[in-house]
Design a protein around this ligand. Structure first.
Ligand SMILES: Nc1nc2c(ncn2[C@@H]2O[C@H](COP(=O)(O)OP(=O)(O)O)[C@@H](O)[C@H]2O)c(=O)[nH]1
Ligand SMILES: [Mg+2]
Length: 298
């Protein structure tokens, strides 16, 4: 049944794609067959990550506009944590992206991270691979960077854009080397605010200290996404990156990173933190609780 969706997805039928995503998201029987039938795809994924409010959705919106002007078909995944504090951001994206919902060349899907404790959507890899089976020329994934899942985010996209704002100047000083390494490019958004140039300079300085001098430097691009400034430079940088030898080298690493996470998910399949907590509660009721004996059962 789910296998019959694949040719429709490949033809660009967005209802079939939406159905396929739901099947994968909810692990409806047949979802594994569907994933195993996916053909290899050369469509590259652009990942946009950064703190909430940095302007990721506004940047995505600007990129979509440029891509649509170029006649490209674009698929977008927005991953938003659906904690009660963040429900608003999902609605905000709906409104901002609203103009694209009726454009036949644009497919937008918001995914909530309900249930998983922080980090990315549990099925983000699989869903992005489904998108790669559809005839999109570009795929954009927006994720909220929370400082702990850098590698997860980098392991998702062929080109990872890290968005920062002038207000995050102090954070840059203490930014972990991890985030410096995963960024294929930095965007200093809200460049209409004071401190953007200084931040861009600091970033370039820090980048040269972590980078090999022989490697082409990681671009740092200033944008005013709300005014659509700097977005075409950003798209140029993305295209340059995707055509570079570095991008080809990244491909194997990317697949290894994805394989690692998928194997990890498979092995952890029956393990759930809430369930763990209640089992521990029961187990600690008797006095000889030992954590190592407890985990040995898994
Ligand atoms: N001043 C200014 N505001 C911006 C800029 N880009 C986005 N914003 C605003 O910042 C807020 C958060 O943007 P949004 O794209 O939702 O951020 P996200 O949470 O990272 O997706 C919105 O009110 C935007 O209109 C910019 O370049 N300058
Ligand atoms: Mg957003």
């Amino acid at each position: 049944m789910s296998l019959q969706l694949l040719p429709l997805i490949q033809q660009g039928n967005t209802r079939a794609l939406a159905r396929g995503i739901s099947i994968v998201e909810n692990e409806i029987p047949g979802y594994e067959e569907l994933l195993r039938a996916l053909p290899s795809s050369a469509t590259k994924i652009i990942g946009i990550t950064g703190p909430p409010g940095a302007g990721k959705s506004t940047i995505a919106d600007g990129l979509i506009r440029l891509m649509v002007e170029l006649g490209r078909r674009v698929g977008i995944l927005c991953v938003d944590p659906s904690s009660p504090f963040n429900l608003g951001s999902l609605l905000g994206d709906r409104l901002r992206m609203g103009q694209w919902y009726n454009n036949p060349g644009v497919y937008i899907r918001s995914l909530a991270t309900r249930g998983s404790l922080g980090g990315l959507h549990p099925k983000i890899l699989e869903i992005s691979d489904l998108l790669k089976a559809a005839p999109f020329d570009n795929i954009i994934i927006e994720t909220v960077g929370v400082g702990q899942s850098e590698v997860e985010i980098a392991g998702l996209a062929d080109t990872t854009i890290v968005v920062v704002v002038p207000e995050s100047g102090d954070e840059i000083q203490t930014m972990k080397a991890g985030i410096m390494e995963i960024a294929d490019m930095f965007v200093v958004n809200k460049a209409d605010r004071p401190g953007a140039e200084l931040l861009a300079q600091n970033l370039r300085h820090r980048l040269t200290s972590v980078q090999d001098v022989y490697v082409k430097p990681v671009p740092v691009i200033k944008t005013i996404a709300s005014g659509n400034e700097g977005i075409s430079q950003l798209l140029d940088a993305v295209n340059t990156h995707q055509a570079s030898p570095r991008s080809a080298e990244k491909k194997t690493w990317l697949l290894a990173e994805k394989a690692y996470r998928l194997v990890q998910n498979r092995r952890m399949k029956d393990i759930d933190k809430i369930d763990l907590k209640s089992r521990i509660q029961d187990a600690t009721a008797n006095n000889d609780f030992n954590l190592y004996r407890f985990v040995a059962e898994y």
